[in-house]
Design a protein. Structure first.
Length: 180
């Protein structure tokens, strides 16, 4: 999976190389927001969410952002032979330090490190069980702004939950991005 993400990133960057020399203006700093779909994958379940982010780009290379997500897609998993349960993401929040590598005023590579909190619920045979966890998160992605203000962003984040054998989640996100 990570190989496919890396290969896709290289292909996108290679196809955009001719445009790199044409852009002359510096990337915008200031407030930005993202709204999109996120897939949380971990412990044999894939959960979907609508995710919003708001951030502040301090200069061309550094920023901070916060995100919140609410679950919209459940998944089934087996807890015993013949016994299935349903899982759903209740909510997720996180804050990140973000590094930007501006390739052009429209293209950025993104790296981010932060801390988050996630709550999920599982139900089987009429019984609901909720669990939540805190996590150290890190990831990378890219964004492209069509007109300098409106664009798209795609990224991968790894959530490493705290505690003995607490697990992890692989998070893929695609979002509309807006600079203000």
């Amino acid at each position: 999976m990570k190989f496919l993400i890396a290969a896709a990133s290289v292909a996108v960057l290679a196809s955009a190389a001719p445009a790199f020399a044409q852009d002359q203006a510096a990337p915008l700093t200031g407030v930005y927001a993202n709204l999109g779909y996120t897939n949380f994958s971990g412990d044999d379940v894939d959960l979907g969410a609508i995710q919003g982010r708001i951030g502040y780009r301090l200069n061309n290379w550094f920023g901070v952002e916060g995100e919140v997500a609410g679950g919209v897609k459940k998944d089934k998993f087996s807890i015993a032979p013949g016994v299935d349960a349903k899982a759903k993401l209740d909510h997720q929040e996180a804050i990140y330090g973000v590094g930007f590598l501006p390739l052009t005023p429209k293209w950025d590579l993104i790296g981010r490190v932060g801390y988050g909190h996630t709550k999920a619920t599982a139900s089987a045979a009429g019984v609901d069980v909720s669990d939540s966890g805190d996590s150290w998160n890190f990831g990378a992605g890219a964004q492209y702004h069509f007109d300098g203000l409106n664009g798209i962003r795609a990224d991968y984040t790894r959530e490493e939950f705290q505690g003995h054998d607490a697990g992890h989640a692989d998070v893929l996100s695609v979002a509309y991005s807006r600079r203000f």
